[in-house]
Design a protein around this ligand. Structure first.
Ligand code: 16G
Length: 232
């Protein structure tokens, strides 16, 4: 990664570490802190403003926006969600392995107990800031060789491009959870911070369950919204 990119990430990480509506240091101080020219800093501040991460108040200064991600009911991937918001997604693969489908997971996939599953754990970040941890199970028979792919990008892209398979509808449930010690460390939150866990079972056009993803989001960075209607 280039030095400029490093500094740009350092700036957005600094913004993410601040509270909503907190004021950024003065330009001169911030440029000095990051070791960059004021011209470069100004350009990055402009980019962050365009991405909605910060805002300026005339005569007062620059402040951190309340930048919670508002996620609707559209079936999108993490990468699509971040790119749509002008953010730079990145992924750390924490663990990949194969497991045997047992109990409720075998039932969710309508697989015989003992069938092989791929299991992928990843940490997802946006502009260098941790957003969620994702554990995905997929039936190995639909995705032979998947664990040899580079999983640090979009999984949905690989599923589409390499296997011609797409999640077209999904069942999801959301619940609040407290972080485990490992989750708190990876997401950079305290053990008391609430997290939102979304479990998605994704189906292909033939109604085959092809993905079970448990995504654990930082509760201070995500809102979920939905439109509901009274039955006629
Ligand atoms: C989202 C999905 C998850 C999917 C992932 C793929 C939710 C609640 N979950 O996180 O099911 O595996 O996107 O993202 O939206 P990717 O294509 O960027 O790897």
């Amino acid at each position: 990664m280039s030095r400029l990119r490093d500094v740009r990430e350092a700036l957005s990480q600094r913004v993410y570490a601040m509270a909503p509506h907190e004021m950024l240091p003065r330009e001169r101080d911030l440029a000095e802190e990051l070791g960059v020219s004021r011209t470069s800093l100004r350009q990055w501040l402009r980019e962050l403003t365009e991405a909605g991460l910060i805002y300026s108040v005339r005569g007062k200064g620059t402040f951190v926006s309340d930048r919670r991600i508002s996620k609707g009911t559209g079936l999108t991937s993490f990468t699509e969600d971040m790119v749509e918001r002008g953010m730079h997604p990145a992924t750390t693969v924490l663990n990949v392995r194969q497991a045997l489908a047992e109990g409720s997971i075998a039932e969710e996939f309508s697989l015989a107990p003992g069938s092989l599953l791929h299991c992928i754990d990843r940490l997802r970040t946006a502009d260098g800031a941790p957003m969620c941890i994702e554990q995905v199970h997929l039936p190995a028979e639909y995705f032979p060789g998947l664990l040899r792919e580079d999983l640090s990008g979009s999984l949905y892209d690989i599923m589409r491009r390499q296997y011609g398979v797409e999640v077209v509808f999904a069942r999801q449930h959301v619940r609040a959870v407290a972080p485990t010690a490992a989750q708190a460390r990876l997401l950079q939150v305290s053990r008391n911070a609430p997290l939102l866990e979304v479990c998605r079972i994704g189906f292909d056009p033939r109604h085959r369950a092809i993905e079970r993803a448990v995504t654990t989001y930082r509760g201070d960075r995500y809102d979920f919204f939905m439109t509901i209607r009274r039955d006629a």
